[in-house]
Design a protein around this ligand. Structure first.
Ligand SMILES: [Fe+2]
Ligand SMILES: [Fe+2]
Length: 294
């Protein structure tokens, strides 16, 4: 399959549409949680950030869809918009259902243009990779019950579909503009950096995220090293992306960076600070942890 052809466009749009699942957040199999798990769930400080970021993603992606000329791509981006909006409702439902203290947070809307959608898309590639690792580790470490993580697995698969759609859309548009080639990877790195700086997310508007305020949970999280996190994220990334059509382009920058970091860490002599807890410091406001479900 050649990038930039109509066959390519039809494949990445059709794959997205065919893997779309119709559901309402309230109908999902939310488990009853015991006291310990409720306390742990309520202790994570990211709920209000995640909800607002999903809500804003829904507005931004839906508005961008309306500006797209190609009817096939327009319909697919509109469908992504409905999924992002549903993520916002899903977060809201989880917050209400489990009695999580998460006062509303207002975030300015992101601008709408192909360029901003590209920054948003590359940001989703980073956030999804982090989210894959976080959920896989929560499962491995038994931090939250499997039944609850299964619900969030569904969200993460939707994010996997978003990033695969996005990277194919971006490469399709670049190819049609005569810009496809090796330089695409360098350009993609630039977008990743812009997304990380929060130029589209408006992350700088967000109040700082508080530290994890639960001694028992903090103790478990303290045992997570960068190596554990990178390995979990890489494995989960592979598992999720393998579910999508083999002919589609898959995001490579985050897995490449993670692999390079793993190699680098393994080459270092054993040092105390290499094994430092990964999540000991509170995450940056609006950072990847907050957007991990975006
Ligand atoms: Fe998304
Ligand atoms: Fe989302």
């Amino acid at each position: 399959m050649q990038v930039g052809t109509l066959a390519h466009r039809d494949l990445f749009c059709r794959t997205f549409e065919e893997t779309h699942v119709t559901f309402e957040p309230e109908q999902l199999p939310w488990p009853e949680l015991d006291e310990v798990n409720l306390r742990r769930l309520r202790a994570f400080p990211f709920w209000r950030y995640a909800r607002s970021i999903e809500q804003r993603a829904g507005r931004m992606v839906s508005a961008f869809a309306l500006t797209i000329e190609d009817p096939v791509i327009r319909a697919t981006v509109a469908l992504q918009g409905t999924e992002e909006t549903r993520h916002g409702r899903l977060m809201e439902h989880a917050i209400e259902r489990y009695g999580i203290d998460a006062p509303p947070l207002t975030i300015a809307d992101a601008p709408v243009s192909p360029e901003e959608f590209a920054v948003f898309g590359f940001g989703e590639c980073t956030d999804s990779f982090v989210g894959f690792g976080a959920i896989a580790l929560a499962r491995q470490k038994g931090i939250l019950p499997a039944a609850l993580l299964d619900v969030f697995d569904g969200v993460m698969f939707e994010e996997a579909r978003h990033i695969v759609f996005f990277i194919n859309w971006w490469r399709y548009e670049e190819a049609r503009a005569g810009r496809d080639g090796f330089g695409a990877h360098f350009k993609a790195l630039g977008y990743h950096a812009r997304a990380a700086l929060g130029t589209i997310t408006g992350a700088t508007d967000l109040p700082p995220m508080p530290a994890l305020d639960d001694p028992e949970l903090a103790e478990i999280v303290k045992g997570v090293t960068p190596v554990m996190f990178l390995q979990a994220a890489l494995a989960e990334n592979r598992r999720m992306l393998a579910k999508l059509h083999p002919d589609l382009i898959k995001p490579v920058i985050m897995p490449t960076i993670a692999t390079a970091l793993l190699v680098g860490i393994r080459m270092l002599p054993p040092r105390k600070d290499v094994m430092k807890p990964l999540l000991a410091a509170p995450p940056a406001p609006g950072g990847s942890a907050a957007r991990s479900a975006a």
